[in-house]
Design a protein around this ligand. Structure first.
Ligand SMILES: Nc1ncnc2c1ncn2[C@@H]1O[C@H](COP(=O)(O)OP(=O)(O)OP(=O)(O)O)[C@@H](O)[C@H]1O
Ligand SMILES: [Mg+2]
Length: 508
């Protein structure tokens, strides 16, 4: 060994970690060099987030060694890790909803003026500069983050980490809520940082991204290291094999829909932004038949998510337009009424409206169908289990016992819980907003198969996904939204990624 050689930026050696006696990381070695993007991949629950939470000072109980620039460190808090030049963007966004964009960016390190008081104007200027400089984002930084779409919130979280001038930047699924254009901006920022010598750990389930960015790839499976390889030496097929321990035959199973009767009709629907009064949706009309999957494509701000929310009654009665379910005009428009008439909605923001975090996995599963788990008026745990069990199996939900808090599940497994809950209500119309976000390739294949099974049995699905291959493969028809209007419609097979993107940008 050359004693003069510079030690790697980061070495994690023989890391062991257990939760309540259950090992989730075993003898994991992980190294990051300066100026490299190192992708960390593996199935849901493989241990990726846990490993980087150790690095980021979130988990302090573990065995093994962490060396930064060859020096042993042991962080007792996230702040300590930050002080050592490590910035982590966690999988679950950590912004404080009621604080403004600027306040979130400068949390606990607000610039103070000469008097030592908080200099709000300076903070706003600095915040706007950070967003503009790193991500080309122009934003009113005095707005509370709760008001902003999920994608923008994710960009703010990223800008927050970039603003730390870290030497080691860790991103746990940073693009899960980003549109293609937003993701492209992020990639440009990452490449710039890499050129400046920053080491970057990149966790993602999107193979395209991994191969576009990564210099090296490390794969974890069931808490153990499978291997590390240069990205060029590990073709996608082998990568998937490393991840799941077998080959995946068919990511998208064949889907042949024989559409039945009309399940959902939306006619001339309008929705106004309560803050500005501007139309979020304007004169939207569509229908979905039994057995059909209708895909909605659109960039951020297209109104696609709002459309699902409006159909589900989240905003009350629309100012104009009508919603028909199974031919019946909906007179009372509310989530309760929607659920009652056979609709289920999976939102894109599982933390804000998807999961009840302190409660058990089982309870989160059966939350909206508790009335069906009763026996003689009392909640029957056995009945609850009987109902949930098949979905737990079909989705390959992995992790601790069903009675454990849902927070003990990995990010992808939490997403499966939200989806399973929607299915448990046995809806006739399913509204899905990014159903496979954060879900690994193998589990995705399981979910596609399940959706096929359900549509074959007569379910109608309205689907939003920013992953275009998924949209193209699953949808029988694709509607493209632009600024709150449907501007194009394509039959299955008539569209390509390029055509959809072109239309979504308003160039129909
Ligand atoms: N706080 C916790 N208590 C108990 N078990 C936990 C806790 N956090 C994580 N686990 C378990 O540790 C294992 C690894 O989880 P981790 O979140 O690291 O997975 P991951 O690779 O990030 O998966 P994903 O792709 O779904 O995000 C899982 O089995 C998970 O259930
Ligand atoms: Mg994770």
């Amino acid at each position: 060994m050359n004693p003069q050689a510079q030690p790697p930026l980061l070495q994690m050696l023989q890391i062991h970690k257990a939760f309540s006696g259950v090992a989730v990381l075993r003898a994991v070695d992980f190294t990051v060099q300066r100026g490299e993007v190192h992708a960390l991949v593996g199935e849901n629950g493989a241990g990726k987030s846990t490993l980087i939470k150790i690095l980021g000072g979130v988990h302090q109980e573990y065995r093994g060694h962490v060396l930064l620039d060859g020096r042993a460190v042991r962080f007792r808090s996230p702040r300590e890790a930050e002080a050592h030049g490590i910035a982590v963007i966690h999988q679950e966004l950590a912004l404080i909803p009621h604080l403004s964009v600027a306040e979130n960016l400068f949390l606990a390190r607000e610039p103070t003026g000469r008097t030592g008081l908080l200099d709000r104007r300076a903070m706003h200027r600095a915040a706007a500069a950070v967003l503009q400089q790193h991500l080309g984002l122009q934003l009113d930084v005095s707005r509370p983050v709760a008001d902003l779409p999920l994608g923008t919130r994710q960009l703010i979280e990223i800008a927050k980490a970039l603003g730390h001038h870290a030497t080691l930047l860790v991103m746990d699924e940073p693009t899960s809520a980003l549109s293609e254009t937003e993701a492209a901006r992020l990639f440009a920022a990452i490449r710039q940082l890499r050129a400046g010598g920053v080491g970057i750990v990149y966790i993602s389930h999107k193979l395209e991204e991994i191969y576009a960015l990564a210099d090296r790839i490390t794969v974890l499976r069931d808490g153990q290291l499978v291997g590390t390889a240069a990205a060029g030496d590990l073709p996608p097929k082998h990568l998937v094999q490393w991840m799941v321990g077998r080959e995946i035959e068919q990511l998208f199973p064949k889907h042949a829909a024989i559409p039945g009767p009309e399940r959902l009709r939306v006619a001339g629907l309008c929705l106004a932004d309560p803050r500005t009064g501007r139309w979020l949706l304007e004169d939207v009309s569509l229908h979905v038949r039994a057995g059909e999957i209708v895909g909605l494509a659109g960039l951020t701000g297209s109104g696609a998510s709002e459309l699902l929310g409006a159909i589900y009654g989240r905003y009350g009665a629309p100012p104009r337009g009508a919603i028909f379910v199974n031919g019946q005009r909906q007179t009372r428009v509310s989530p309760r009424a929607a659920l009652h008439s056979g609709l289920a909605l999976l939102t894109n923001d599982r933390q804000a409206s998807g999961l009840v975090l302190p409660m058990s996995v089982l309870h989160n599963l059966s939350l909206s169908t508790l009335d069906r788990c009763r026996r003689g008026g009392l909640l029957s745990r056995r009945r609850e289990r009987e109902r949930c069990g098949p979905y737990v199996q079909k989705m390959n939900l992995r992790g601790p016992a069903l009675t454990a808090p849902v927070t003990a599940l990995s990010g992808g497994n939490q997403q499966k819980v939200v989806l399973a809950r929607g299915l448990l209500s046995e809806p006739s119309i399913l509204l899905l907003d990014e159903p496979t976000r954060g879900i690994d390739v193998a589990a995705k294949a399981d979910i596609y198969a399940l959706l096929n099974e359900l549509t074959a049995a007569g379910l109608a699905i309205l689907l939003i996904t920013s992953e275009l291959p998924e949209l193209l493969a699953l949808s029988d028809r694709i509607l493209v939204l632009h600024r709150g209007r449907i501007i194009a419609e394509f039959q299955r097979g008539a569209a390509t990624q390029e055509i959809i993107l072109h239309a979504a940008m308003g160039g129909a």
